[in-house]
Design a protein around this ligand. Structure first.
Ligand code: FES
Length: 160
């Protein structure tokens, strides 16, 4: 039987609650185990750290990395930081939104209506010299073009 979200959260609290700045490592652990941070564990985290629910919720929504909803079956990240912007990241993001059926808003990611794709803007993947850079699931890809993006998605995406 797989652990419940509450079990996962309790284990993360037990690992980190005594550390300074425990909230971020706890959120990372929960998202790694569950794929997102379900809203029902926010009160549990808040109680465990003596924070308000609003504070925990604020951190989850502030950081682009954290998701409140389950991700699509294929997660695509497009770098929007300076070096990639200079090499066409805006056009690449617009192309990715169109191809995947995801509409990002400002710095926030979005999942396609069919649940197949999640598209997230990110800020520097450490590949600035080979920009623009994207990640498809966990695969880091440099010097991306719209045409190559479509080929990569065909190869790497989970089936419809
Ligand atoms: S700016 Fe995009 S990888 Fe660094």
């Amino acid at each position: 039987m797989s652990p419940t979200p509450e079990d996962v959260t309790q284990a993360a609290l037990a690992r980190h609650a005594d550390e300074p700045g425990a909230l971020l490592p706890i959120l990372h652990d929960v998202q790694e185990a569950l794929g997102h941070i379900p809203s029902e564990v926010v009160p549990q985290i808040a109680d465990g750290l003596n924070l308000s629910r609003a504070e925990v919720h604020g951190v989850v929504t502030y950081y682009h990395h954290f998701r409140s909803e389950p991700p699509g079956r294929t997660v695509v990240q497009v770098c929007r930081a300076e070096a990639c912007q200079a090499m066409g990241a805006d056009a690449l993001m617009a192309h990715a939104e169109h191809t995947l059926g995801c509409k990002t808003h400002g710095g926030h990611g979005n999942t396609s209506a069919d649940g197949r794709f999640t598209l997230n803007p990110v800020f520097c993947l450490g590949l600035c010299a080979s920009s623009p850079a994207v990640v498809v699931n966990d695969k880091l890809l440099a010097r991306m073009t719209p045409a190559r993006f479509d080929r990569v998605i065909k190869q790497l995406a989970e089936p419809a």
